[in-house]
Write a protein that binds this ligand. Structure first.
Ligand code: ZN
Length: 490
């Protein structure tokens, strides 16, 4: 009997908070500064230097927790996690072990088939980022030498730990996208994976379908993009399945994902919490938050993607998936709202279609980010008005759409300049239909003998002759008229 296995996946997402200064000192928190220019005795861990908690970092952590439906305990504390590594000048990381700032939240993910699923969040802790090692070579194992930049040491970092509720790479991707989106709406981080302000570790194990007990898990590190996370998960599912099917046992270990090679390799056997010799941080007092302080942060939350998504579904009848694509980026949602305001509520579904299909396709092909939408809401609204008025056909609209992106001009100008107005003049179209019918006696014979598609072929010729400008319904009607008239004569 073959056993079928089910993947059990949990994610640890690290997000750098976009505070002006670091979490325990006044050094600037900025990406891309000259190496080792944003450092001081505190973040370099010189003897006697003491940390002071950045109030904004605390506020941002609580804000993220509230946006992810967490509870905010009134009492939290910091702990030392001891480890030695060259990017960590203090040889410990200030983190949170048993009393983190946020506990027990959840997010809802929407999959491509429209189904939704709730993913639980175990905790969110505030901790310290380490410095950055730059290896001469692809990775540390192959490098002759490494340099260290301490600008990142002491940047506020939150770790969002999910429960192991994810069951596939698709679900993991949807979760990562959702968390990233919510954090961006909150304005507490720029969540750029390519600049390292959002990173994730993947915990993954397999268990026989239908069983409850978790299998032994591997932790995947060095996952540098969402797509790398998906590839890493797929690879681990295959690797662990092969071991189990062979009668072997998966080892508990930390593995490194080598995206270019598409493999994971052993980094170290997995350490347990006790290996880090955690103890309460003696240099920082515990954090005590009153209900009023938590409420004040709650009041500063913007409208979040789930709420906007449900508004779009209820008000405009958008599908769950279309709505989820639009709200995934704050800029997309704002673009949509503005376009609907200009084009009218009746055009809301059309706006969503153009946005999630054509516009999305162009942006993906050109690698444009959400802050680089190459078309204005005014342009698309103008185009939809022309379709509504019957000035252009839906087919011509595609041409207009591309030209608007190319030239930045509005739809009416392009239609005028290029002579793209829909031909809806019956007399003119009938004349063209009769000419085409007369020039193609063989197809007329086909039509007479009842051959399927013959009439449609003539409609195609009409569209060709008018460069797609014929009103399609009218063209169909007039082709039939022309054929009957011709048959009557013959
Ligand atoms: Zn500093």
């Amino acid at each position: 009997m073959t056993v079928k296995y089910e993947p059990v996946i949990g994610l640890e997402v690290h997000v750098e908070l976009s505070t002006a200064t670091k979490v325990w000192c006044n050094c600037k928190n900025e990406f891309g500064a000259a190496p080792n220019t944003n450092c001081c005795p505190v973040c370099m861990a010189l003897p006697g230097a003491l940390p002071v908690l950045n109030a904004r970092a605390l506020e941002y952590t609580v804000k993220t927790g509230l946006a992810l439906n967490c509870e905010i305990p009134h009492y939290a504390k910091f702990d030392r996690k001891n480890y030695f590594y060259p990017d960590n000048p203090s040889n410990y990381q200030i983190s949170q072990l048993d009393l983190p700032l946020c506990v027990g939240g959840h997010v809802e993910i929407t999959l491509a088939d429209g189904t939704t699923k709730q993913i639980r969040i175990q905790r969110i802790q505030l901790e310290t980022d380490a410095g950055k090692l730059l290896h001469a070579g692809d990775d540390v194992a192959e490098a002759d030498s490494s340099l260290v930049d301490f600008n990142r040491a002491g940047v506020p970092l939150i770790e969002i730990v999910s429960e192991p509720d994810l069951r596939s790479a698709e679900e993991a991707l949807a979760y990562l996208n959702k968390v990233r989106s919510i954090i961006k709406y909150c304005g507490v981080s720029d969540v750029k994976m390519e600049e390292g302000s959002m990173r994730c570790d993947v915990n993954i194990s397999l268990r026989p379908v239908g069983t409850e007990r978790y299998g032994t898990r591997a932790e995947l590190k060095n996952v540098n993009s969402f797509s790398a996370a998906a590839r890493g998960i797929e690879y681990e599912i295959k690797r662990q399945t092969a071991i189990l099917e062979d009668g072997g046992e998966v080892e508990q270990e930390t593995r490194s994902w080598r995206d270019a090679k598409g493999i994971s390799v052993t980094l170290r056997s997995k350490e347990e919490a006790m290996d880090y010799r955690y103890f309460p941080e003696p240099d920082l007092p515990p954090v005590v938050l009153t209900a009023e302080e938590i409420d004040r942060v709650r009041a500063s939350l913007p409208e979040l993607p789930d709420s906007i998504m449900h508004r779009m579904m209820n008000e405009y009848g958008l599908s769950a998936y279309d709505a989820s694509v639009i709200v995934a980026e704050k800029e997309f949602a704002e673009w949509f709202d503005r376009a609907v305001l200009l084009a009218g509520k009746a055009n809301a579904k059309a706006v969503a279609n153009w946005q999630t299909n054509e516009l999305n396709r162009v942006m993906n092909a050109r690698g444009l980010g959400p802050d680089q939408i190459p078309l204005s809401p005014e342009q698309v609204a103008g185009m939809l008005k022309l379709i509504e008025a019957g000035t252009i056909s839906g087919k011509i609209a595609k041409t207009v759409f591309e030209k608007m992106i190319e030239t930045g001009k509005d739809a009416a100008t392009i239609v005028k300049e290029e002579g793209l107005t829909q031909v809806a003049d019956e007399g003119e179209l009938l004349k063209i239909a009769l000419e085409i019918v007369a020039a193609n006696p063989k197809v007329v014979e086909d039509w007479k003998s009842g051959k399927a598609g013959a009439a449609q072929w003539f409609v195609g010729q009409m569209m060709k002759a008018t460069r797609g400008r014929a009103n399609p319904q009218l063209a169909t009607k007039l082709v039939t008229e022309a054929l009957e008239q011709h048959a009557g004569q013959g």
